[in-house]
Design a protein around this ligand. Structure first.
Ligand code: ACM
Ligand code: ZN
Length: 758
């Protein structure tokens, strides 16, 4: 038998040949091979396995449970399971020679299909690959699976998805569907974020007020956190999972080889628990379950009564979750109350701690000792590094990757969840019709391109990286449909990051497999985001002129566009190459198939002003994570969208000040300079307080910018007919973020776009 190594181009070629050969009568049309995540190795061989709706499932003893699961899961595709010895068979083979316990070999031959694995985990993943080789619904006519051998195993041992059920609560049926989808994508961990300021969601029998008070809130914020004035829905909201429901979910996950990590937040994000039991806080004063988003000052006070409470909570939690880890949170705990609490200050003295950070470390280490004594390990967000890491803790690095590097240097296991690539609450499209989200911009391709091992790590440090996880914070996800929309298809891209070797990843090939996968989501009624026909626009400078480029996710799509503000039609210009922008205009574009528009209409505005096509020097340079548009992004005539900050229009800085030198080709008369800043305080981004503007001719002005709650700020500097060929701007960073706000104590970020000179 002849074997080929399967490559991307080979896959596309075989699909093409398949289409061609299927035109000839008598040649069976093999099904496409389109598995997500991409298996490590697929070797095609000649022939096909023909399936006439009926299959027998057989297995060696240790894989019996997976075989039983296979019967149930294949039956949902319409296959009838037969016990007749003559029926074509799927045979699970226990093979102890395989190295990886999550690995498997799937052999499709003309007469049978063998799934070999050392462990139930591998057998389960072999089954998932087989299911993806079959159509979503088995047709009446026979189908033909190409003969092949798949040898497969994961790149990372931790492949996770998180879900926040505190901000919004989702029913058990949805949690099961979520876990089911993770399992199909060969993800093995569900991080269940069960407690929050806005609601406590796990039944704790010893503390009934967690159910009656902490699980309920009076009302919920409407719109974005930064909208002014804040508005509320005046509707009580709540819910929690009973221990019986949790057992049911845990059993469901176990059957799908998914481990659940429960998160019980401490010391911060605990306002709901303090609302139920005010004595757990520093002041003892009543507080309510939070009705808005953000970071709250009322956190657990590290007193004996609090530890007694948390230990009793942990006692009940560990009886429910058989996995090795308890996540204790540790993030975003303002020290405002601790600084003013006699008990906290005395404890700092008594334990000879350096400060409140030391007290946080004391808190976490004490809880770690308790949890370790029960045979479980802790995971915490990267703030648990501050003030000294608990000895056996695993760190979840979310504020970038620096926490991961530090923890790995100290010999701790790490899981990567940096906001830049793993926060699925960020926008996934630049389209203005996107449903409201927290902010940010994380398109599918960026998730796909994520590399979980930070560049700054040595090989030894990299060995501490267990894997990565997508985080789903649900402030702006009220419904299960909205959660699905934010999760899919980005979770598919992440599954491939975590499972498939870097060498075999290929985005175009992934997109083809994704199109094949979408009917599986349709069948389950999962509402996913589809930006395959989304147009992305980009302006760039070439020979001192501004050009505009249009692109789509799918190569070879037909884009039609206009520059007069009209909606493109089948007769509009076909986009062939970047075009030159000479005057202010509105660009509209869409993907067309024949005369039909696919996907959403793309719109952007180009404003020709005096700074466009001039020169701009920036010192210091923007932060490398936020400089993708280049220095002229600030003078390209395209105004950055006010809801985002991490697209190419915005430049981001974390220096104390930024000096901009604008050089014009000739002296010009200037009336105003408008400068725009992002002001997304939940993302630690602040508009500056002052800008100094000067010219060579001695003009000088300092513009003060009042602090604003709006998500972006535009300031207009009056130039009163100044005639000059150079302008110098010094923009001063806001400085340290005040206590009680997200990122307190850190330097604020400064995001600029655009300088509009008129
Ligand atoms: C987090 O996003 N606060 C971990
Ligand atoms: Zn206190």
């Amino acid at each position: 038998m002849k074997h080929f190594r399967l490559t991307t181009s080979f896959l596309l070629l075989t699909t093409f040949i398949t289409l061609l050969t299927s035109c000839f009568r008598g040649v069976p049309k093999p099904l496409p091979i389109a598995i997500i995540p991409q298996p490590q190795s697929i070797q095609r061989s000649t022939g096909v396995f023909t399936l006439h709706k009926t299959l027998r499932i057989d297995s060696s003893e240790p894989l019996q449970e997976v075989a039983e699961f296979a019967k149930k899961s294949l039956a949902t595709t319409g296959i009838s399971i037969s016990s007749k010895s003559t029926a074509p068979a799927v045979i699970f083979v226990h093979d102890t020679t395989l190295v990886n316990e999550e690995g498997y070999r799937l052999q499709v031959s003309q007469n049978s299909i063998h799934i070999s694995a050392k462990d139930a985990k591998g057998a389960f993943y072999g089954l998932q690959s087989l299911v993806q080789l079959l159509p979503t619904d088995i047709p009446k006519d026979p189908i033909h699976i190409p003969c092949m051998t798949i040898d497969d195993y994961p790149r990372f041992s931790y492949r996770g998805m998180h879900l926040d059920v505190g901000r919004h609560f989702f029913p058990v049926s949805f949690i099961k569907q979520y876990i089911d989808m993770l399992a199909q994508l060969k993800m093995n961990t569900f991080h269940w974020h069960l407690t929050e300021d806005q609601g406590w969601r796990i039944e704790i029998k010893k503390y009934p007020k967690l159910q009656s008070i902490a699980s309920q809130r009076k009302e919920t914020l409407i719109g974005h956190y930064t909208d002014q004035p804040p508005q509320y829905d005046h509707t009580p909201y709540g819910g929690y999972y009973t221990q019986e429901e949790i057992k049911e979910v845990v059993a469901y996950a176990q059957e799908r080889q998914v481990t659940i990590i429960p998160e019980i937040e401490m010391p911060g994000h605990s306002q709901a628990a303090i609302a139920a039991y005010p004595e757990l806080g520093c002041t003892g004063n009543p507080v309510s379950v939070a009705t808005t988003w953000g970071v709250f000052d009322d956190i657990y006070c590290p007193k004996e009564q609090t530890f007694e409470f948390l230990e009793a909570v942990i006692d009940e939690v560990i009886t429910l979750f058989p996995g090795p880890y308890i996540h204790i949170g540790g993030d975003e705990a303002p020290k405002t109350r601790w600084k003013n609490c006699a008990h906290c200050q005395e404890l700092i003295q008594r334990e000879q701690l350096k400060d409140e950070q030391g007290l946080q470390s004391y808190f976490i280490q004490r809880m770690e000792r308790y949890i370790n004594s029960k045979g479980k390990k802790i995971i915490g967000w990267d703030e648990i590094l501050e003030g000294g890491l608990a000895p056996n803790a695993t760190v979840m690095s979310w504020r970038g990757t620096a926490g991961a590097v530090t923890a790995a240097k100290e010999g701790h296991h790490v899981i990567l969840t940096p906001t830049s690539h793993c926060y699925f609450d960020y926008y996934q499209s630049q389209n203005e019709t996107e449903p409201l989200a927290i902010g940010g911009y994380l398109p599918l391709k960026k998730v796909y391109d994520f590399e979980p091992i930070p560049e700054a790590m040595t090989a030894k440090e990299a060995s501490y990286v267990l894997g990565a996880q997508g985080n789903v914070w649900t402030e702006y996800m009220k419904t299960t449909d909205q959660v699905n929309y934010m999760v899919f298809p980005r979770a598919l891209a992440l599954s491939e990051v975590l499972w498939s070797d870097k060498k075999i990843k290929d985005y175009t090939n992934f997109i083809h497999r994704l199109q094949n996968f979408l009917p599986r989501l349709d069948k389950k009624g999962i509402r996913y985001a589809n930006h395959l026909y989304e147009i992305k626009g980009r302006s760039f400078y070439q020979n001192d002129s501004v050009y505009f480029e249009l692109k789509t996710t799918l190569p070879n799509s037909r884009i039609r566009y206009t520059v007069d503000g009209s909606t493109p039609t089948k007769n509009s210009a076909s986009y062939l190459a970047p075009f030159y922008l000479t005057k202010s205009c509105t660009i509209k574009a869409a993907v067309f198939e024949e005369d039909r528009m696919l996907g959403e209409l793309y719109t952007t505005h180009f404003k020709k002003h005096l700074a466009v096509e001039q020169q701009l020097q920036i010192s210091p340079a923007p932060h490398p994570n936020f400089d993708s548009g280049g220095s002229r992004a600030l003078i390209n005539g395209i105004v950055g969208h006010h809801k985002r900050f991490n697209d190419p229009e915005w430049l981001g800085f974390n220096s104390d000040s930024v000096r901009l030198t604008l050089k014009l080709n000739h002296s010009q008369k200037m009336n105003t300079l408008r400068v725009r800043f992002h002001n997304g305080k939940t993302s630690w981004i602040y508009a500056p307080k002052d800008i100094r503007i000067q010219s060579k001719t001695g003009f000088q002005r300092v513009q003060n910018i009042p602090e604003s709650k709006r998500p972006f700020v535009e300031t207009a500097i009056e130039l009163n007919g100044l005639v000059a060929d150079e302008l110098y701007l010094t923009i001063y960073n806001y400085g340290k973020i005040p206590d009680g706000r997200p990122g307190a104590g850190h330097n604020a970020w400064l995001f600029i776009n655009e300088l509009i000179l008129e």
